[in-house]
Ligand binder design. Structure first.
Ligand code: RB5
Length: 144
C-alpha cells in the first residue's frame, strides 16, 4: 500500500500519478488535497503517519518544488524522504538510502519523467549490506 498526497502546487501531478498507480494495479490511499489550497506540512504529516504506523510501506508527496514536502516529511521520526528530479537519484535513494518517501515537484517535472521516477522508486529494493550501518547512523540523528 502506497500513501500519496499533495498541496495545490502538486495537485495535477498527483492526479496523473494516481492514474498511473491504478494502471499498474498498485494499491494506494489518497490523503488529499483535492485541488483546494493546502499547506504542505499538513499533508506531509498526514501521509507520513501512514508510513510510520505501518499502514503503508512507502509514500509519494507532491508540492510545487517537492522541497517543502521533503523538509516537512524529514522532520517526522522514521521518515527518509528524498526529493528527486532525475532517474538516477530516484533509483539510488532506494538502493543506498532506503528512502521511504519520494517527493516530487509538480511545477518542476513533466508527467512523463515523474511517472518514470515513481516506477523506479517503487520497483527498487534497498541494497542493505554496507548501507545498513549508514542508515542506522542517519536514524540516530533523529534523537539529537
Ligand atoms: C505553494 O505555492 C508552494 O510554495 C509549495 O507547493 C511548494 O513548492 C513548497 O515547497
Amino acid at each position: 500500500m502506497i500513501a500519496i498526497g499533495c498541496d495545490h502546487g502538486g495537485y495535477e501531478l498527483k492526479q496523473a500519478i494516481i492514474e498511473h498507480l491504478k494502471f499498474r494495479g498498485v494499491e494506494f490511499v489518497d490523503c488529499g488535497c483535492n485541488g483546494e489550497k493546502a499547506d504542505y506540512p499538513d499533508i506531509a504529516e498526514k501521509v507520513c503517519e501512514k508510513v510510520v504506523s505501518g499502514e503503508c510501506e512507502k509514500a509519494i508527496l507532491v508540492c510545487g518544488t517537492g522541497i517543502g514536502m521533503s523538509m516537512s516529511a524529514n522532520k517526522i521520526k522514521g521518515i527518509r524522504a528524498a526529493v528527486c528530479s532525475d532517474w538516477y537519484s530516484a533509483k539510488y535513494t532506494r538502493l543506498h538510502n532506503d528512502a521511504n518517501v519520494l517527493c516530487l515537484g509538480g511545477r518542476v517535472l513533466g508527467a512523463g519523467l515523474a511517472l518514470e521516477l515513481v516506477d523506479v522508486f517503487l520497483d527498487t529494493e534497498f541494497e542493505g549490506g554496507r548501507h545498513s550501518a549508514r542508515i542506522e547512523k542517519v536514524m540516530k540523528l533523529e534523537v539529537k
